[in-house]
Design a protein around this ligand. Sequence first.
Ligand code: CA
Length: 164
Amino acid sequence: MARLKKKILLGACRFIYGAARKRLLPGGLVFGVVGLLAGLARAEYIPPQTCYRMVILDPEVMALKVFPNPTGGAENLHVSAIIVDRGEMALVTGAELRLFTTGNYDKTWPMEPTDGKFDSDSEEVFLDLDISGLPAGSYYLYVSGIDAKGAQGYPASRQLMVEE
Ligand SMILES: [Ca+2]
């Protein structure tokens, strides 16, 4: 009896689906009815299966702060971030700050650990940069972390507006 009920309901689903494909019924109604029928048929819900799990192992940049931005004529720029490394033997060994324009300006500096030593899987880093000589304009600022495996992580970025 239950089997017959299921057969009838599935048949109804197919019919409605066919009608929807031929655009004889509005989509919203069809979804509603099909959902109801599927529920009635006690269709077993199978959760979507993923074939792999994504794990970020390269050092990640968090809480990137750039101050002041826009610079408003300031001579120094303070940049800070937290670099987090994951996986086995996770260890942050460095961080880099890159500043460039779509023109020809492109420079990279090493950043410093706030506690004085790169010796952990999570390091707060900073750099105080003299920007008094920078021409006014829009710059791209990138910060990336480096780990003990030599991997450089995907950078976090900000647009920096340098004002005279
Ligand atoms: Ca440290």
